[in-house]
Design a protein around this ligand. Structure first.
Ligand code: GLU
Length: 283
């Protein structure tokens, strides 16, 4: 059974990888290898304005430097737009999507927009005013979460550390599934691609725990299997701030040019030991 384990590392090439990425990639890699499973790589580059080809090359270089070898072909999201379009069409056919023309400032200005775990919750303005298909304004597709939940009924996912978690996608409100500029979104692409890569175990940072509520709902709506989830702690700097949030976290390339031995770095990380100034966040 263990032979079937499949994990993945799915960075967005918006910059160079840092220690937090190395830790996450190592966790996914080691989980697969310790079960004689497969470890895949996926480049999450749907945000073309923020992703750069040289960062994609650098991902390969950095992972090779760390000695974290991946299996098979690398999946590249910008080449998979037809798979995302098919998923959107399937959800649309179920009547679960609506067009949204709101801008960020419209949403911020709406008095009724409370904060959710992943940002402001959409106040539902466009759900209540059917937006015409031929509107001249740029629009995105949003999920009608209440209608979707009414269709699926209660859902749960398996979390490695916490056991069975009841999915509560309403925490994220009516999320955007296809952005105005991208035709897809992080949430939709990740769900479609984890299934396409046969991922059995999603190993990723705790910062994405809340997203899993929505991912579980999308899996149910699209008839896709639900992997097990391992949400690991994140790496923080000496100020306690997560590297992912920093403007200038030290890159793996910088560690490499300062003469760090990658085998030693990875061995230490396996014991949860990090270079001076870095640590795992509190439990
Ligand atoms: N591309 C996402 C990131 O770099 C990770 C997605 C995931 O692991 O689900 O934060």
């Amino acid at each position: 059974m263990h032979k079937d384990i499949v994990t993945r590392f799915a960075p967005s090439p918006t910059g160079r990888l840092h220690l937090g990425h190395a830790w996450s990639a190592m966790r996914a890699h080691d989980f697969a290898r310790s079960h004689s499973g497969r470890f895949f790589l996926r480049i999450e580059d749907i945000d073309i304005s923020r992703c750069h080809p040289e960062h994609v090359e650098a991902v390969f270089e950095d992972l090779r430097w760390l000695g974290l070898d991946w299996d098979g072909e690398v999946m590249v999201q910008s080449q998979r737009m037809s798979a995302y379009a098919a998923a959107i069409a399937a959800l649309e056919a179920k009547g679960l999507l609506y067009r949204c023309i709101c801008t960020r400032s419209d949403i911020a200005a709406a008095a009724s927009a409370p904060q959710g775990p992943m940002g402001a919750l959409y106040p539902g303005t466009c759900r209540r005013r059917a937006v015409d298909a031929d509107t001249a304004l740029p629009w995105s597709w949003r999920l009608d979460t209440a209608a979707a939940l009414a269709m699926t009924g209660p859902l749960a996912w398996e979390d490695d550390a916490k056991g069975r978690i009841a999915a509560d996608p309403a925490l994220l409100g009516d999320a955007i599934l296809a952005r105005k500029d991208a035709g897809t979104s992080y949430h939709l692409s990740v769900v479609v691609d984890d299934a396409a890569q046969g991922v059995t175990d999603v190993v990723r940072g705790r910062d994405l725990f809340a997203a899993t509520h929505l991912h579980r709902l999308l899996q149910a709506l699209l008839g896709l299997p639900s992997p097990r989830y391992h949400h690991h702690r994140l790496v923080v700097g000496s100020d306690g701030e997560r590297l992912a949030k920093r403007k200038s976290a030290p890159t793996l390339a910088a560690l490499r040019s300062s003469g760090v031995d990658p085998a030693e770095l990875v061995e230490n990380m396996r014991r949860a030991r990090f270079p001076v100034g870095f640590a795992l966040e509190e439990e």
